[in-house]
Design a protein. Structure first.
Length: 408
């Protein structure tokens, strides 16, 4: 008995959940074993097919909803780690991945675990072996959690929601990641109208029920802008405050990160426990500013505050030309010098394109026609670690342990 079989055999068998299971296996014997397990357990909604990892990638790319478990065969792969990285581009963070192979290789096993794979099973498969691997799967493991990205303005009117919604749309449409957009202006933020949807009070409901943040409640309270972009917002009456207990925002973001690759947090204010909790839930914080002396001062303060938080998030500055360039504005070089930062991501002045897109609830024009769209794509690449908009490394179920994009 090999090391992998011993690891699985020592587990106690547990009954399988009836959530959807997808298996793409390379040989008829393995396929038959998994089919027998599905029949024995009475599991509905399962899909078992013959194929290689490329077939699994194509299948996952087309699915409107992710399964809870994915079994994929890498027996015919000469570079299984690289192939699994490609698979991760179309696999949501909450999916529990079990890899099947024909090499009893301890080094490969350890590499797969570091990537966030739930288990590695060596052929020949048995019903008991597969059952134990699936029953032990934990789709909420932090190694497969998504990434929270915060946007906060140095002052009002600098275009926080404009940039954040454009980024969320780009990530959803171009990289095909599942995106949660959380508009934290609970009394009627602008995100819903900019994205062309009707707002509801789903975010308020989630915040008042963090003790039961399961997939069903999250699905019920979200408004789908597309099959990959989901909006959480609220339009509470102006006179109605929402009292939240300490820790609410952190619990909400943690739950969303188990179901989405990226959670975009649009903050409407700059002080108080509510904002503190949100900043502490972020892996990356973007401070948005314009070319004014006041914005430069507030940006410096916000950066120091955010970098001093216990979460130790990465902080960047987005300099948005939200107003017509005129003499007297702070030059970018002076802005950079005042902040003491080498990198400031700049967005161009493009009022006509943005006005049409926002008022019609449409996406900004293609990058070749819009400098603003190109700036959004560049920001997306910086966030995902991609060489190009269509290639993504960060935010996958395995990428939490990867500080930078690594070559295969």
């Amino acid at each position: 008995m090999g090391a992998f079989e011993l690891r699985s055999a020592n587990r106690r068998a547990q009954p399988l959940a009836t959530d959807r299971i997808i298996a793409v296996l390379g040989d008829p014997s393995s396929e038959e074993v998994v089919k027998n397990l599905m029949r024995d357990q009475g599991i509905v909604g399962a899909h078992v097919a013959r194929g290689a990892i490329d077939d699994a990638i194509e299948l996952m790319r087309k699915l409107p909803h992710s399964p809870r478990h994915l079994l994929v065969d890498v027996s015919g792969s000469s570079m299984p780690i690289s192939d699994l990285m490609r698979l991760a581009e179309v696999v949501d963070p909450s999916v529990s991945v079990v890899v099947v192979g024909d090499h009893n290789d301890v080094g490969l096993f350890r590499s797969l675990l570091r990537l966030g794979v739930q288990d590695y099973l060596v052929k020949p498969l048995t019903v008991e072996l597969v059952q134990r691997a699936l029953a032990a799967s934990d789709p909420t493991a932090s190694a497969r959690a998504g990434k929270a990205i915060g946007f906060i303005g140095a002052r009002g009117g600098v275009g926080v929601t404009t940039i954040a919604t454009a980024l969320a749309r780009h990530l959803a449409d171009k990289t095909r990641r599942r995106i949660a957009y959380v508009d934290l202006d609970l009394h009627g933020g602008a995100a819903a109208s900019m994205l062309g949807i009707d707002a509801n009070n789903g975010l308020a409901e989630l915040m008042q029920n963090t003790h039961r943040l399961d997939q069903q409640l999250i699905h019920q309270t979200a408004v789908a802008q597309s099959d990959r972009l989901f909006i959480f917002s609220a339009e509470l009456p102006y006179e109605q405050p929402l009292a939240l207990r300490a820790g609410t925002v952190g619990e909400l973001v943690a739950a969303l990160k188990h179901h989405f690759h990226y959670v975009v947090l649009d903050l409407p204010q700059r002080a108080g426990g509510f904002v503190d909790e949100t900043l502490d839930a972020c892996e990356t914080i973007h401070v948005v500013a314009d070319r004014s002396v006041h914005a430069a001062r507030e940006t410096a303060r916000l950066c120091r505050f955010a970098e001093g938080r216990p979460a130790d998030a990465a902080v960047s500055v987005l300099l948005n030309n939200a107003q017509q360039p005129v003499r007297g504005r702070v030059a970018q070089s002076d802005f950079v010098h005042a902040l003491g930062r080498a990198s400031v991501h700049e967005f161009p002045y493009e009022p006509q394109t943005l006005a049409v897109a926002q008022n019609l609830g449409e996406a900004i024009g293609e990058g070749k026609h819009s400098a603003f769209a190109r700036a959004v794509a560049a920001l997306a690449d910086a966030i995902t670690g991609a060489d190009a908009p269509a290639v993504v490394e960060r935010g996958r179920w395995y990428a939490r342990l990867l500080p930078k994009r690594s070559a295969s």
